[in-house]
Design a protein around this ligand. Structure first.
Ligand SMILES: Cc1cc2nc3c(=O)[nH]c(=O)nc-3n(C[C@H](O)[C@H](O)[C@H](O)COP(=O)(O)OP(=O)(O)OC[C@H]3O[C@@H](n4cnc5c(N)ncnc54)[C@H](O)[C@@H]3O)c2cc1C
Length: 506
């Protein structure tokens, strides 16, 4: 029997044992045929799932939060979770004149006309409420109010201890909620629908041990199969699929070999489960790159191909354009990583000096270390480039910048009120590789403004099924603005939790 046949026969038999009536209702006694019953099941323990579970539990629902990995937190735990928020106490204190419309417009401007303005507006309108939700439950902010790339106002908050600090505070709070149970090593494999198409439960594997991103969804048979009934609804908060090389490269072949810093469990398995349940996937061919240092601070330096010793692009390009040009260059130069050179003055222009310091101290992960060299030539040699050619490139670059125009690549010579200046190498240079990483997948399941999954067939919400956070698609379009996944996760996690808890118990 094939996997599909066995799934069909399982669903058929569960419909029989559950005694789904002609009207689609499930009798209370027949519900006992499921192994367990909860009001709400939340799948995934990143920031969106954690907030959804808390919101539903605090409204009185009996909640089960399941996580396939051995530890909680997904990508959220290793993320900065910088949080774009309109109307935060910090913005008020500093007298920043911001509005939800401004944030939604900023997001739309970079989306290549593919973002969802209406949804971005709902998100922005609820960011202050989400900030209060988290603060009231123990999250602390470090006092910074950042104006990051693409944002027209200073609005980005940073939690103490980054993503891990934020989640630790919420998990501490969660422990006090007696009607919220958490299970790791538990993977959702199927959504069970009744004959009206309502999502009524899950097939899960318990005592399941994650294998590798390559082998897990298709080959991992660990764990015991169980069925769990959800009286009010199911929320998928299962994150993105940046680790799934086979899936991401089936959409965009050049993504096959790129690095990612996401959670190893960020595979496309849950997306496929939701599509099987009838949900509409969207924007699966889009991608988002990041670098160990902020993209917007590349502009202060000079990026050089070690194979030619020359520049090959404007360092002021957008994050995805930058990544694509770098990756194309690598395809043509025998896969040698380009490197970026800075002087002391340009490092001081970075908007986040902590990250610079971490890079200087070697604490910014693979390819994230900034090394100081006495001369340009010395740096060139360290990256396998011809020192004479690189020195010539830097001198030529300096001449052009001093003349007020980047003749070669048209780099803008100002950003956020700060000027791009020639590199002063008299005190040495700082260098690091430029290695773009796929750190976010904008594609996912289409949802409405209440985070309900939309049916591919009918265009209407699938009753009882919600999708939040990176697992949903369509909000950001071609370029997700920095600091804007976190508000999406927090706001729609909160809305889904509140909404599902209002549903009648069936
Ligand atoms: C290095 C890095 C830095 C970042 N910095 C920022 C930032 O500063 N600001 C910002 O806005 N965004 C940032 N992002 C993006 C942001 O962190 C993520 O988009 C966000 O954390 C996703 O949260 P989530 O709750 O949707 O998913 P996740 O946090 O990935 O959680 C999903 C969870 O679901 C689990 N899961 C998946 N499938 C199943 C299944 N079938 N059964 C059970 N469990 C399952 C996974 O194991 C995982 O634990 C960053 C990303 C990276 C990689």
């Amino acid at each position: 029997m094939t996997a599909t046949q066995s799934r069909r026969s399982f669903l058929k038999s569960s419909a029989i044992v559950l005694g789904v009536t002609a009207s689609g209702l499930v009798h209370a006694t027949e519900k006992k045929k499921f192994d367990e019953t909860y009001d709400v099941i939340v799948v995934g323990s990143g920031v969106s799932g954690t907030i959804a579970a808390i919101a539903a539990a605090e409204k009185g629902s009996k909640v089960l939060l399941i996580e396939k990995m051995s530890r909680l937190g997904g990508t959220s735990r290793i993320s900065g979770l910088n949080f774009a928020c309109v109307g935060s106490p910090l913005q008020k204190k500093k007298g920043v004149q911001d509005s939800p419309e401004k944030l939604a417009s900023d997001m739309y401007k970079v989306s290549g006309n593919m973002g969802d303005y209406q949804k971005a507006l709902v998100m922005a309108q609820n960011t202050a409420r989400a900030e209060k939700f988290m603060t009231d439950r123990g999250v602390e902010w470090d006092g910074r109010l950042l104006k990051l790339g693409g944002h027209s106002e200073p609005r980005v908050l940073v939690s103490k201890g980054d993503g891990a600090g934020l989640l630790n505070a919420l998990w501490k709070h969660m422990k006090g909620l007696k009607n919220l149970e958490v299970r790791t090593h538990t993977k959702a494999d199927e959504v069970i629908l009744d004959d009206k198409g309502r999502a009524i439960g899950l097939v899960v594997k318990e005592n399941y041990y994650f294998d590798t991103p390559e082998r897990d969804d298709l080959h991992n048979k660990t764990g015991e199969v169980k069925t769990i009934y959800a009286r009010q609804g199911i929320i998928f908060a299962t994150g993105g699929y940046a680790r799934d090389k086979a899936f991401r490269s089936s959409e965009v072949p050049f993504l096959a070999g790129v690095a990612t810093t996401t959670n190893p469990g960020a595979t496309a398995g849950s997306l496929k489960t939701l599509v099987k349940a009838g949900a509409q996937p969207m924007h699966l061919s889009l991608f988002r790159f990041a670098y160990p240092l902020p993209t917007e601070d590349m502009i202060w330096g000079v990026i050089i191909d070690p194979a030619t010793g020359k520049r090959f692009m404007s360092e002021g390009s957008t994050r995805n354009a930058l990544a694509q040009t770098v990756l194309l260059q690598r395809m043509q130069n025998g896969d040698q990583k380009p490197f970026i050179l800075y002087d002391e003055k340009s490092l001081a222009k970075f908007h986040n000096l902590n990250r610079v310091q971490r890079s200087l101290n070697g604490l910014n992960g693979i390819d994230g270390t900034l090394v100081k060299y006495k001369t340009v030539e010395e740096a060139a040699k360290a990256f396998g480039a011809d020192p004479v050619l690189v020195k010539k490139t830097v001198d030529e670059y300096n001449k052009q910048i001093a003349s007020g125009k980047d003749e070669e690549f048209g780099k803008p010579l100002e950003r956020s009120g700060r000027k791009v200046e020639p590199l002063d190498t008299s005190n040495g240079v700082y260098a690091m590789p430029v290695n773009p990483r796929l750190n976010y997948t904008p594609g996912g399941i289409r949802t409405d403004l209440k985070a309900r999954a939309i049916s591919l067939e009918t265009g209407e919400p699938i009753s009882g099924l919600y999708v939040v956070g990176e697992a949903s698609g369509g909000l950001h379009g071609q370029e997700r603005m920095t600091g804007c996944s976190m508000p999406e996760c927090a706001v729609f996690g909160m809305i889904a939790g509140e909404t599902v808890a209002e549903e009648p118990r069936r």
